[in-house]
Design a protein. Sequence first.
Length: 177
Amino acid sequence: MHSRDLEDLTLLLVRDEEEPAMWLDRWLLSYPVAHMAKVSRHQRITDWQSILQTAFDAICSKNTAVVAHGAGVSGFLAWLYLADMNTQRKVRNIILVSPLQDAFPDDEEHSLQRVRCHCPAALVIGRQDLACPEDWAERQARLWNVRLLIAPEEGRLNGNLQGWQWGMKLMQEMLRS
């Protein structure tokens, strides 16, 4: 992205509403223009798509960076599957963090099996995360057309993590590349 594009950028955070307070909440307060959408693994794919479409419709910027966590990964990918090309062009980079293997239901269209990321994207997991095994994450990264990264932290990346500076730097690097 050019620096002029960064001036018109919104950070869309997609949070797993069942998770306790975490670094994603700090990011919401740290970025000048940020929106939060919340989803639950107990919702249907169509619910996720509706929630994310409402969140995306509220964004006025021409450029959006997306960071999704836990069940938020499933919700975002379900929405992305239905997004038209003009909408997808506004998404400039994607970071999918600690998806939940058990939060990937199937639907008639096989949305979560057929979705592909069209822009720079990373799937980030912690080492030895039991809810997101590395072998499953490797398969999903290939399927979604994203780069798999193992964070320096161990386990679920769902705590405060001092604002998760590593993830923040990753996002900034992806936006500048």
